[in-house]
Design a protein around this ligand. Structure first.
Ligand SMILES: Nc1ncnc2c1ncn2[C@@H]1O[C@H](COP(=O)(O)OP(=O)(O)OP(=O)(O)O)[C@@H](O)[C@H]1O
Ligand SMILES: [Mg+2]
Length: 343
């Protein structure tokens, strides 16, 4: 298959003066794109690098591929991850991963939490502050709390200081979100238990758990642990990864997997997604957030690390995503019409 890879490189952007140090954290490196291209070529596909933004648009208008392998994060707004898939939908080009609706929804963490909560999935109680004044008399969960930008990923804005234990620290963290990330602050009850990241691959009823990885803090106490920017940039020294998880029973692991599978369905995810889940004080697994375009760095991508620990090669992971997308989109047009999809 002729597969075009849609991506945004860190080197494609210039952060504004005064932007926080993680402003470009979500974007990919050329090594990741080259690794995906090599994995596709190894399976007999013909990969082509499309890039993102206007470059992507011009490339697909000129010469549309048979499939877009999408890891483009987009630029600018909370809907940015939906830009490439929306264009693909408009032009009728099949693409991997979730559709624009899911990608736009899930970058907004409060909206996503409302949807998963409405499906009966546990998620920490929360409040959204759009302005510093919103804290006055706000119905906040009890301390400790956790403060992060409402619509970011890749640890942008998440620091050790995001866990706050008093009103002064809370105000300071909310002010940091509003000032540095120019968006509302999501304030959640802090989940003090074991943390996991869970990969889910597939579609519909045949979606399956790729692996559950426990993230063990090596340099901080479990109930103060934050898997944020400082930790992720120094992950070899600060955390240990365990697949399968080693601090929970088989029944507890099944409950963690259930959260990931249920959230995958509730949010309409497709092909591949990674879920961050953490136990609350009572040991109940809570949904933290989902990454429907999980990082595919062959070295440091969490979903890559966890699938490797489960015996999957990088080639197998990348091409499984392609196969899932191909099966999903190869329905004959008439069948889609019969199913009432309005095509
Ligand atoms: N409510 C919470 N309680 C406890 N820890 C939390 C909470 N929310 C976030 N964290 C910690 O902060 C980390 C990063 O938060 P989150 O996953 O929301 O950010 P992200 O930037 O979207 O992550 P990613 O790098 O996976 O895209 C979590 O992995 C977890 O360690
Ligand atoms: Mg996360």
């Amino acid at each position: 298959m002729k597969i075009g890879i849609a991506f945004d490189l860190r080197s494609d952007f210039q952060p504004d003066p005064g932007a926080p140090l993680d402003r470009l954290e979500e974007y990919d490196s050329r090594e990741t794109v080259d690794a995906i291209a090599a994995a596709l070529a190894a399976a007999g596909h013909e990969p082509r690098l499309l890039g993102g933004g206007r470059r992507f648009l011009e490339a697909v208008l000129r010469d549309p591929p048979e499939l877009v392998f999408n890891i483009a994060e987009g630029w600018g707004t909370r809907s940015r991850e939906a830009h490439v898939p929306a264009v693909c939908e408009m032009l009728g080009i099949p693409f991997t991963h979730s559709d624009p609706l899911t990608l736009a929804l899930t970058l907004d963490k409060p909206l996503t939490k409302r949807v998963v909560a409405s499906h009966g999935i546990a998620t920490a109680p929360f409040f959204v502050a759009e302005r510093a004044e919103d804290l006055r008399g706000a119905p906040l969960p009890a301390f400790p709390l956790f403060v992060k930008p409402a619509a970011e990923g890749s640890s942008m804005g998440v620091r050790r200081s995001s866990r706050v234990t008093d009103a002064a620290a809370l105000e300071a963290e909310v002010a940091r979100c509003l000032r540095d990330y120019r968006q509302p602050a999501l304030i959640e009850g802090f989940l003090p238990g074991v943390e996991f990241t869970v990969g889910v691959v597939g579609n519909g009823a045949s979606r399956e758990v790729l692996g559950v990885m426990e993230i063990e803090p090596l340099t901080s106490k479990r109930d103060e642990f934050v898997y944020g920017l400082e930790t992720k940039r120094d992950y070899l020294a600060q955390v240990a990864y365990h697949v399968p998880p080693r601090s929970i029973s088989a029944a507890e692991r099944a409950a963690v997997e259930r959260v990931a599978l249920d959230a995958f369905s509730a949010l309409g995810c497709r092909d591949l997604a990674r879920f961050d889940i953490r136990l609350d004080a009572a040991g109940v697994p809570n949904f933290i957030e989902v990454n429907p375009l999980p990082g595919l760095s062959p070295v440091s991508g969490d979903v890559v690390i966890l699938s490797k620990k489960n015996g999957w090669t990088y080639e197998r992971l990348v091409n499984r995503v392609v196969d899932e997308a191909a099966v999903r989109q190869n329905l004959p047009r008439t069948m889609r019409q019969c199913a009432g999809a309005g095509v």
